[in-house]
Write a protein that binds this ligand. Structure first.
Ligand SMILES: [Zn+2]
Ligand SMILES: [Zn+2]
Ligand SMILES: [Zn+2]
Ligand SMILES: [Zn+2]
Ligand SMILES: [Zn+2]
Ligand SMILES: [Zn+2]
Length: 180
């Protein structure tokens, strides 16, 4: 009598019949010391191993070969990986460079390859309005060698905002509409 469970198994590595203990992994049978890391060729003894292209790897080799590297700390990313600005980050390392708040899931701004939260970006890096000296979050009006909030670029006489396509005149460094 023979059944599937007592049939001699063949080791996937050496193709020899396995007489002793059988290791079953990746839907194949192996001599326990023939189930080896594809990179360092050492037997994989730990119960957890990694595969890539159906090849087994021990944890250190898999990390070395396949893990993404964090742009900030240069260490491999084993948990959640954040992809931003064309590079990879540990979730805990993708931070505003000023206040160190987590940027994942937020609107962040990039200045010279460095990420900032919106608040820090506005307070330190955004263009400032010549009219009110506050940072400009939206599109700025560029006029008189300076940048302005749309609403801050006003006629110095009638106080009405001067729109982008509206012509204006300058008097003593201050803009005013043509009619005024
Ligand atoms: Zn074998
Ligand atoms: Zn290895
Ligand atoms: Zn990191
Ligand atoms: Zn910040
Ligand atoms: Zn302003
Ligand atoms: Zn005016």
């Amino acid at each position: 009598m023979s059944s599937a469970s007592t049939e001699p198994k063949t080791c996937h590595q050496c193709k020899q019949t396995i007489s002793g203990g059988v290791l079953t992994a990746l839907d194949k049978s192996w001599h326990p010391d023939h189930f080896c890391c594809n990179e360092c060729k050492k037997p994989i003894t730990e119960s957890k191993f990694h595969t890539n292209d159906d090849q087994p790897y021990c944890t250190p080799c898999h990390t070395k070969l396949f893990a993404k590297t964090c742009h900030d700390c240069k260490e491999p990313i084993l948990d959640k990986c954040v992809q931003a600005m064309g590079v990879n980050w540990h979730e805990d390392h993708f931070l505003c460079q000023d206040c160190k708040s987590k940027l994942i899931g937020t609107q962040f701004m990039e200045v010279g390859g460095v990420p900032y939260c919106q608040k820090c970006y506005l307070s330190k890096h955004a263009d400032r309005c010549k009219g009110c000296s506050k940072p400009i979050a939206d599109k700025a009006i560029v006029a008189l060698d300076a940048k302005w909030h749309q609403m801050c670029f006003r006629c110095s006489k009638c106080e009405k905002p001067i729109m982008k396509d509206q012509s204006f005149q300058v008097d003593g460094g201050k803009p005013h509409c043509v009619k005024c």
